[in-house]
Design a protein around this ligand. Structure first.
Ligand SMILES: NC(=O)c1ccc[n+]([C@@H]2O[C@H](COP(=O)([O-])OP(=O)(O)OC[C@H]3O[C@@H](n4cnc5c(N)ncnc54)[C@H](OP(=O)(O)O)[C@@H]3O)[C@@H](O)[C@H]2O)c1
Length: 196
């Protein structure tokens, strides 16, 4: 906080912590102490799959940061309803699926590989134009019930304004949103779990 030149932060997200470690309790206690001491206004959990579901079910976290995108939809049925019932703030991470569709080839060890491979199978027609794909993907993540905001990763400072402009159209039309969901339900295998 000295380096940030602040006396408190708005939120701390605990990064990708397993259910097993969460169940031991010490990590959550440290975060709760930080909150009680006024060092952070809210505490959050950042992660996916059943670990995130468990974190939500503890009722101890104020917010959730989790993967939600056109190639990563497990969370929509698994976790977002539980988070909404508890009034948690939800941030979509990896919201544009790393723009994995823009790559012609990808090695298995590369970070966006799982999304790249899934998207080949999902074969959404809107990805034929890379930039149209970014717009639909970002609007999809932010049209998802229970999602409040999204963090797009970038190395380019101009992206923020560019991506904000894409969102001026608001939510995706319901029909287009439902088509993306249906395609996922048709194609996704049981191993298409949330990617951390
Ligand atoms: N467990 C966790 O807590 C966890 C795990 C994963 C990620 N995260 C966080 O989630 C955030 C986002 O994740 P991410 O960066 O992996 O995925 P992402 O936001 O889905 O994708 C980022 C990629 O999209 C590109 N991009 C952004 N805007 C674009 C545009 N308008 N047109 C074309 N390309 C565009 C960026 O390239 P350029 O550099 O060219 O813009 C970057 O390569 C990050 O803050 C990350 O730290 C957290």
């Amino acid at each position: 906080m000295k380096r940030l030149n602040t006396e408190y932060v708005d939120v701390i997200h605990l990064h990708s912590c397993s259910e097993e470690i969460l169940r031991r309790g010490e990590v959550i206690q440290v975060l709760e102490r930080a909150k009680q001491a006024g060092k952070t206004r809210y505490i959050g959990y950042s992660g996916d799959r059943n670990d995130a579901l468990y974190a939500v079910q503890t009722g101890l976290f104020d917010s959730l940061e989790t993967s939600v995108n056109i190639a990563d939809q497990e969370v929509i049925q698994l976790t977002l309803g539980e988070a909404a019932r508890r009034g948690m703030g939800v941030t979509a991470k990896r919201p544009i699926a790393n723009v994995a569709w823009a790559f012609e080839t990808m090695k298995q060890e590369e970070y966006p590989y799982t999304y790249w491979k899934r998207l080949q199978e999902l074969n959404y027609s809107f990805l034929e134009d890379v930039q149209k794909g970014v717009e639909v993907a970002l609007r999809f993540a932010l049209s998802t019930t229970g999602v409040h905001t999204a963090i797009v990763g970038t190395r380019n400072p101009d992206r923020w304004a560019q991506n904000a402009t894409l969102l001026t159209k608001g939510n995706l039309p319901q029909e287009q949103y439902d088509q993306i969901r249906s395609r996922w339900q048709e194609i996704a295998g049981s191993d298409w779990v949330g990617q951390t």
